[in-house]
Ligand binder design. Structure first.
Ligand code: 5GP
Ligand code: ZN
Length: 113
């Protein structure tokens, strides 16, 4: 756990979240400022700063995160959804702990803004 990391604190249960799914490796919870009718985040419990910090030593959890995304979307009955991860300030990353946004329930535009 990294000190002063919001999502490490959420993963540890120190800050409450509206959880959808949890296991020993990851957590899925609703975004506090939803950008679509359904908007949740899937994070590893171990601190990884962003997609840019994924390497051979920590990538095992990433396939698990995508399994959880697929299973959670199915559980919520989502037929169409978008998975997004912002890397760095210009792309809009505001929390420096790896997370995948899952957005659903409205028409999406392409390319994203
Ligand atoms: P980013 O901007 O890094 O791509 O995504 C961070 C996301 O975390 C944002 O969508 C923001 O609304 C969400 N967020 C920030 N603080 C909290 C919080 O305390 N609880 C929850 N559930 N989501 C948060
Ligand atoms: Zn963290």
């Amino acid at each position: 756990m990294k000190n002063d990391c919001l999502f490490c604190a959420i993963a540890a249960g120190e800050i409450p979240s509206n959880k959808i799914y949890e296991d020993d490796q990851c957590l899925a919870f609703y975004d506090i400022a939803p950008q679509a009718p359904v908007h949740f985040l899937v994070i590893p419990k171990a601190h990884i700063a962003s997609v840019a910090a994924i390497d051979g030593g920590n990538s095992g959890v990433v396939s698990h995160l995508f399994e959880v995304i697929a299973a959670t979307a199915k559980k919520l009955g989502l037929e169409s959804y978008r998975v997004v991860s912002n890397i760095g300030e210009q792309a809009g990353q505001s929390v420096l702990h790896l997370h995948f946004h899952v957005l659903s329930g409205r028409d999406m535009t392409w390319p994203p803004g």
